[in-house]
Structure formats: structure tokens, C-alpha cells
Ligand binder design. Structure first.
Ligand SMILES: *Cc1c(COP(=O)(O)O)cnc(C)c1O
Length: 423
């Protein structure tokens, strides 16, 4: 199936007389004929047994997202934050470190730099333009994985997935990619060497500002038995001595994540949440294409305005390195999100945003409706000035998320807001 078809049909194939639409299985538990059957499920979790870590509605959505990313299996979480947290905790324990570029979502920076640190896990931040020598220098004997974001929120720089995949693999480490903004419609990180892919499904995948969520996809590519990951090859005493690689092959990562972390932490979405997410996924391919068309026009328009200092959108030639990387990683378009810096700094940015009428001021991005956010004073206000610079954020930066309105209406709204702040 092509990806447009997978959006509609992957993950759920109704049998004769079954509901056409993935049903909401609103039950915390499941009935089985025998204790023996349940015991077998503890060995090989092939069917849902308890909704803290598995549910048939969520399972259908997990299978769909795994198919879209070309992975072997996926696990949904209650948020994108939970997805990134669990993807790291599945590899790192207290005393370990991992490498991440600093050009990532502000919430993730805080999770990595502050909260994980409190649990004894060190994140070593590197520049995304670092050379191989600089990357090698950041490695420690206890480094367990490498992390990056395909299209950085809100810096909108393009991450060189292949460069970091080669670096990670040459050092026996897996690469985790947060692919939230492109979605698998615009970029499939597995094709460039990613081993684990995460998403905040709250953004384009849901797309309608209806349901928060996250997901972790296991690409099934990483050799966990390379000697560096004994917790994948040695018996897990907390799970009746299972050896994950031996028992689950190339789905070892995601099953370990579900059976250890989801079991113990319980950040699993409800059936209804998965149902809403599935509605978004059904139209994802169509929506992503139109977002790219609208945003390209808006980015070009913003760049032509004298009030604008700079526009970050990898579809613009002026974006240099990101424009070049986008040709490789985002050939079909660069999503609907644009960041631009308005002349006049923080106050002018806030006045401009308040003058918009069609675009709403929200704490959200990647919605079906056009919306704006001021990173420096909102999502990223917990970052220090240094971290703001590392994340590519200027105080006059506005994150402009193009919706699916007619692009002429979006541009007219920008136009009137510029006029309003002049007056
Ligand atoms: C929003 C976002 C997250 C966090 O997701 P939530 O669903 O809000 O928890 C993580 N990564 C990226 C790139 C995001 O845009």
C-alpha cells in the first residue's frame, strides 16, 4: 500500500460483519478461557490483557503508525513528552549519558537538561552542525544513544539524519529521531538510518487540536546484541527472566519499553484518545500536502515584507544549509510551520500577534487552523538566554503555523496586522 492508502487502511482490517470504523473498545480488561492462556500472554504479549499498557483500539492505531513509518511496531503514549521520556529511559539508567542536538523542542530541552539530570541521566548537547571529530569528542564510555529532531520546533532547521545515524552506528549506538513536524508523509527517518522514531501526535497527526498524545516507533533495525546493551540480551528479573532479543527479535526495543516502562509508569492513552487520533491520521496525507503549499506561499510573502528581519522555512533558498538538507530529507515540502523574526524585537512581535484576526494566539502548533505563538515568552520561557540561542530562538521570533484556510485569507490577515502595528 502507498502511504495515502495506509493512512486509511493500515492497522485495522474488518472481517465479515465487523464495524467499518475502528471501534472504541472501552474496557480496562479482557476475558480469557483459562489461566493458562493468560499465563502465556505474560510470556508473549500478543493480545491485550490490561489497558494500562495495551488496548485493541490503541493497538490498531499503533499498527497504522508503525506502517506509516516503515517500522516493525509502535507504542502510543499520552503525550509527546512521554514518548521522548520513555524512548530515553528504555536505554539509559542513572549513571548513563546520551547525546542530543540542542536544536530541539523547548519542552524536550527541559526534560533532558533538568528533569533527567535529577534522575542521574546526563544529556550531552551538541551543535547540529558539529563535525564528526566534535561529535566523537562528546562521546563517553556510558553514552547510550543519540537524539535529534528532523525539523526543529521552532528553529525550523533540518537535521542531517544520515550524518548522525552514521556517527551513532559507527559507535554502536542507536539514533532516536523526533519526527513530529514532517510526519511520515514528508520524511521517513528510517530510510536515512533512524532506529527509533518518536512523535507528538498532538500536532499534525491529530491535527485538529482535539487530542494530545505521543508515539514511539521501533524501526527494528538496531542490533541490540552488539555487546553494549546487556539489558536486551540478559534475563530481565522483573519480567520472569525474559531475554528481549532472544524472545522478541527485532521488536525487542518496543516490547521492552511496553513491558517494563509502560507497565510501571502507565502513561497509556485511552481507547477514545486513540479513536480521535485515528480520525486525524486518516486525512494526514492530504492535509500535509496542502500545509506545505500554503506555508511556502506565506513564507515567500513574509520574506518580501520590509517589516520582517528573517524567515526560517527550509523551503526558502535564503535558508542556506537547511534548504540544501530539505532537498534530501523533505523533497515534498517542509510542513506548515514557519518561524520569522519581526524587526523591533519582543514588543513588536507581541503587538503584531495581538493584531492578527484570523490566526489565533494559542499554545499549539501544527493545527488545521492558522495559529501563532511567541516562543521566547511562552513555550520556551523556562530556557536560559544561552539555551534560547542554542535552540535557535530570537526574542522577536514568531512561530507561525499555517492552517488549511485559503492562503489568500491567511496573507490578508498578516497584511492587516502589519498595517495595524504601523498605525
Ligand atoms: C510538542 C512537541 C513535543 C511534546 O509533545 P506533547 O504532545 O506536547 O507532549 C515533542 N517534540 C516536538 C517536536 C513537539 O513539537
Amino acid at each position: 500500500m502507498k502511504i495515502e492508502t495506509q493512512c486509511l487502511h493500515a492497522g485495522y482490517t474488518p472481517g465479515n460483519g465487523d464495524p467499518r470504523v475502528v471501534p472504541i473498545v472501552q474496557s480496562t480488561t479482557y476475558t480469557f478461557d483459562s489461566t493458562e492462556h493468560i499465563a502465556a500472554l505474560f510470556d508473549m504479549p500478543t493480545e491485550p490483557m490490561y489497558s494500562r499498557f495495551a488496548n485493541p483500539t490503541v493497538d490498531a492505531v499503533e499498527k497504522k503508525i508503525a506502517a506509516l513509518e516503515g517500522g516493525v511496531a509502535a507504542m502510543c503514549t499520552t503525550s509527546g513528552q512521554a514518548a521522548n521520556l520513555l524512548s530515553i529511559l528504555n536505554l539509559c539508567s542513572a549513571g548513563d549519558s546520551f547525546i542530543s542536538t540542542g536544536t530541539i523542542y523547548g519542552g524536550t530541552v527541559n526534560l533532558f537538561a533538568v528533569t533527567l539530570k535529577r534522575f542521574g541521566i546526563e544529556c550531552i548537547f551538541v551543535d547540529e552542525n558539529a563535525t564528526r571529530e566534535e561529535l566523537q569528542a562528546a562521546l563517553k564510555p556510558n553514552t547510550r544513544c543519540v537524539f535529534g529532531e528532523t525539523l526543529a520546533n521552532p528553529a525550523l532547521t533540518v537535521f542531517d539524519i544520515q550524518k548522525f545515524a552514521d556517527f551513532a552506528h559507527d559507535n554502536g549506538l542507536p539514533l532516536i529521531i523526533d519526527n513530529t513536524f514532517p510526519t511520515p508523509i514528508l520524511c521517513r527517518p528510517k530510510e536515512f538510518g533512524a532506529d527509533i522514531i518518536t512523535h507528538s501526535t498532538t500536532k499534525y497527526m491529530d491535527g485538529h487540536a482535539v487530542q494530545g498524545g505521543g508515539v514511539i516507533v521501533d524501526c527494528g533495525t538496531f542490533p541490540w546484541d552488539n555487546g553494549k546493551f546487556p539489558e536486551f540480551t540478559e534475563p530481565d528479573e522483573s519480567y520472569h527472566g525474559v531475554r528481549y532479543v532472544e524472545a522478541f527479535g527485532n521488536a525487542a526495543f518496543i516490547i521492552k519499553c511496553r513491558m517494563q516502562l509502560m507497565r510501571d509508569m502507565g502513561c497509556y492513552p485511552s481507547a477514545t484518545a486513540a479513536f480521535y487520533l485515528n480520525l486525524g491520521l486518516e486525512t494526514l496525507a492530504v492535509r500535509m500536502k496542502q500545509y506545505c503549499i500554503n506555508a511556502q506561499k506565506v513564507a515567500e510573502y513574509l520574506e518580501s515584507r520590509p517589516e520582517v528581519e528573517s524567515v526560517c522555512y527550509p523551503g526558502l533558498e535564503s535558508n542556506g544549509a537547511s534548504y540544501e538538507l530539505a532537498k534530501k530529507y523533505l523533497p515534498d515540502g517542509c510542513s506548515g510551520v514557519i518561524s520569522f523574526v519581526i524587526k523591533g524585537g519582543r514588543t513588536t512581535a507581541m503587538n503584531f500577534m495581538d493584531a492578527l484576526k484570523l490566526a489565533s494566539n494559542v499554545v499549539h502548533v501544527a493545527d488545521i487552523r492558522t495559529c501563532v505563538l511567541h516562543p521566547a515568552s511562552e513555550t520556551h520561557r523556562q530556557l536560559t538566554d544561552e539555551q534560547l540561542v542554542a535552540a535557535g530562538i530570537n526574542a522577536g521570533m514568531i512561530r507561525f503555523s499555517c492552517g488549511l484556510e485559503n492562503v489568500e485569507d491567511i496573507i490578508a490577515d498578516i497584511d492587516q496586522a502589519f498595517a495595524a502595528i504601523q498605525g
